[in-house]
Design a protein around this ligand. Structure first.
Ligand SMILES: Nc1ncnc2c1ncn2[C@@H]1O[C@H](COP(=O)(O)OP(=O)(O)O)[C@@H](O)[C@H]1O
Ligand SMILES: [Mg+2]
Length: 463
């Protein structure tokens, strides 16, 4: 019941009702126009003709005798094509000529209009018709009646009047029915959306609005709501992961830190205090770096950065990184090669892009140097190039690389390969690179290239 009551309040229904009103009014106006033109106007014209005829006959009588007038009246009355009514009676009401049986009822005074039923001989049957006539008393008390058979016109007028009511009635029924149906259908779809929202608010975040595929307004609304829900779900999952990670992975360094301080207290020597303090500072630095990395990743994944996105020359940013890392690589006994094409533009945050490139070079520097007994020198290359509508920033090294099976896995937060445990790190570097790539609409891909392992940051070229 409440749903029906709601129906009257929907905008669709009100719109339908307004249209209906306009429709009914125009139907009424059209029929009124037809009625006016046919019934009223025709009647006026007929009245005009009758008056003219009366005047003519009157004239003839003035210059002639009553017998001459009776002759004319008789002639016209048999000319049946116009269904004319012509009669002339004497003072006693006896018919002298014409097609009326007797003096029509309602004749009073000297002249006036009459509407009366009269009988028409139609071959072999007699029919009752309506007539409309003008009567006038002539000199000598004779009564002249001239009129027309208006039966057909009366029937036509009645027909139009009836049609008007039927048409308006039908318009009301169909319009109202259509309006109800339309708004019902509309309401049902809105109800589904609000039911789904309730289910989502009750915790079913994976519920989605139904989409029909017709791409109409409601479909687009549902689509947008679904996109919004996807985004919210992704953020919620991200948040949960981050808090799980933080709880799990920051516990170890904090426990270690506490144990170290306790040990120093127990030893109670100046040297042990000093050593513990130095190590605590190192550990704290590491913790701070981890926190910062986690925050950056969370922010990039949420799709928001405090950094401004601007059109950047990628080679320029990469060259700065190259200048920073070249001495470090050479100190480690390796070679560093940079090659960039100038004027490759992407819309990006300078700080995040630099951070991502630096993370990739840092990894190469940590994990690619030759192991003991290996007979090769470290080679690292940084390459910026355009491939179709993408700009690729590739860091290549001649180290062992990441095994094919681990390439997905290392993108997760805190994941480090067992072979890398000897190097410092928190396992967040690649997660941040992947996050930066996604934030800029690109991707981080690993492949095996000419030199060796390649980590490639693909970004969409700015228009
Ligand atoms: N260039 C590389 N060569 C070999 N292994 C790599 C390379 N880059 C990354 N890895 C592996 O991926 C893991 C994750 O890297 P990352 O997320 O940067 O964390 P971190 O460097 O702190 O360990 C590293 O621990 C390492 O095992
Ligand atoms: Mg790293």
């Amino acid at each position: 019941m409440s749903r029906n009551a709601n129906l009257w309040r929907t905008s669709t229904f009100r719109l339908a009702a307004a249209y209906l009103l306009v429709f009914v009014l125009s139907v009424g106006a059209i029929l009124a126009y037809i009625y006016w033109n046919t019934a009223v106007l025709l009647e006026r014209q007929t009245d005009e003709t009758i008056r003219a005829e009366i005047r003519g006959l009157n004239e003839q009588y003035r210059f002639g005798s009553i017998t001459a007038l009776a002759n004319v009246v008789e002639q016209r009355s048999v000319r049946n094509s116009e269904r004319g009514i012509y009669s002339i009676f004497d003072q006693q009401g006896r018919r002298l000529a014409g097609n009326l049986q007797g003096v029509p009822s309602g004749v009073t005074g000297t002249s006036g209009w009459l509407e009366f039923p009269y009988e028409v001989f139609n071959g072999n049957s007699i029919k009752q018709h309506s007539g409309r006539a003008f009567f006038t008393r002539l000199r000598g008390g004779y009564l002249l009646v001239v009129g027309r058979d208006v039966e057909e016109r009366r029937q036509f007028a009645t027909l139009i009047r009836q049609s008007t009511f039927i048409a308006i009635g039908m318009a009301l029924v169909f319009g109202l029915g259509g309006g109800l149906l339309m708004s019902r259908n509309f309401l049902r779809r809105i109800d589904v959306i609000s039911d789904t929202s309730k289910a989502i608010m009750a915790g079913g975040l994976s519920e989605r609005m139904p989409v029909r595929g017709t791409n109409d307004e409601i479909d687009r609304l549902s689509g947008n709501l679904n996109n919004m829900l996807d985004q919210i779900e992704r953020l919620m999952t991200g948040m949960r992961e981050v808090s799980d990670n933080v709880a799990h992975d920051l516990k170890t360094p904090l426990t270690r830190l506490k144990a170290r301080v306790e040990a120093a207290l127990r030893q109670d020597t100046k040297a042990s205090y000093k050593e513990a303090l130095v190590e605590t500072i190192e550990e704290a630095d590491q913790l701070l770096a981890t926190f910062n990395a986690l925050l950056s990743i969370a922010r990039t994944e949420a799709g928001q950065t405090s950094e401004q996105m601007e059109p950047l020359d990628v080679s320029e940013v990469a060259e700065e990184m190259a200048e920073l890392y070249q001495p470090l690589v050479e100190d480690a006994g390796g070679t560093f090669e940079f090659s960039g094409t100038p004027d490759l533009k992407v819309t990006a945050s300078r700080q995040l892009l630099a951070q991502a490139i630096s993370n990739l070079i840092d990894n190469a520097l940590k994990y690619a140097p030759p192991q003991e007994g290996e007979n090769r020198a470290l080679e690292i290359a940084l390459l910026v190039q355009r491939v179709k509508d993408k700009i690729e920033v590739t860091v290549a090294d001649n180290g062992p690389g990441i095994p094919e099976t681990e390439r997905e896995h290392v993108l997760q937060r805190f994941v480090r390969l067992d072979t890398s445990r000897s190097q410092p790190g928190s396992g967040l570097g690649l997660s941040l690179v992947a996050g930066v790539a996604r934030l800029h609409g690109g991707a981080l891909v690993f492949r095996d290239g000419k030199v060796g392992f390649e980590a490639c940051l693909e970004l969409p070229a700015a228009a």
